[in-house]
Design a protein. Structure first.
Lengths: 111, 113
């Protein structure tokens, strides 16, 4: 029951390097989200996409960009990684007006 | 925007005891309140939710209560078992159109055998 597939699962970057986190859903739901999870901070919204072709900033967008390539795919890009971006990143799909399915996460370390 | 406070941050209980986790929210327009369980190294998964037109909902050993007037809701787990050990997140979702959940900071529940 993949639901939402994220790649890669683990990544180590050097400060200043760039990378793109990939996310794909197996349905054609409109809403997709990117969260970061840090110890004691819960899940904080980075960006979201309410429908294909639209994206909006969340609570912590600085240092990130997103692309809603099509209805199934929503990618997150770090243009110049910083140690403060060390985190676990979750992509999620909105299941109707309420309900969300999360991907399995990407554990990113920036050294 | 919405603000969700969750307490306690850590909760340690003996197997068989009950556990209660409490959340408060700030936006009176929020009308959907899900709870997620996240086991170590896994994704958050929905365990129970409640809509604002309901005061209480139960599913076996888990129940959620909602007090709209006071803007707080709680998760109750009875007869806890070691497999209940996880981080639990509450969330509040408004009806503003984007249906974006605002999460609490999480409660680490430890159930000692």
């Amino acid at each position: 029951n993949a639901g939402v597939t994220q790649t890669p699962k683990f990544q180590v970057l050097k400060t200043g390097q760039s990378m793109t986190l990939q996310c794909a859903q197996d349905m054609n739901h409109n809403s997709m989200y990117w969260y970061r999870q840090d110890p004691g901070m819960g899940l904080r919204l980075i960006y979201y996409s309410a429908s294909e072709g639209t994206t909006d900033k969340g609570e912590v967008p600085n240092g990130y960009n997103v692309s809603r390539l099509n209805k199934r795919e929503f990618s997150l890009r770090l243009e110049s990684a910083a140690p403060s971006q060390t985190s676990v990143y979750f992509c999620a799909r909105g299941d109707g007006p309420y309900g969300y399915t999360f991907g399995s996460g990407t554990r990113l370390t920036v050294v | 925007g919405e603000n969700v406070e969750q307490h306690p941050s850590t909760l340690s209980v003996q197997e068989g005891d009950s556990a209660v986790i409490k959340c408060t929210y700030s936006d009176s327009a929020s009308n959907y309140f899900p709870w997620y369980k996240q086991e170590l190294g896994k994704r958050p998964q929905l365990i129970i939710d409640i809509r604002s037109n309901v005061g209480e909902k139960k599913d076996q050993r888990i129940a959620v209560t909602l007090n709209k007037t006071a803007k707080h809701f709680s998760l109750h787990i009875t007869e806890t078992q070691p497999e209940d050990s996880a981080v639990y997140f509450c969330a509040a979702v408004g009806a503003g159109g984007s249906y974006i959940p605002t999460f609490g900071r999480g409660t680490s529940l430890i159930v000692h055998p």
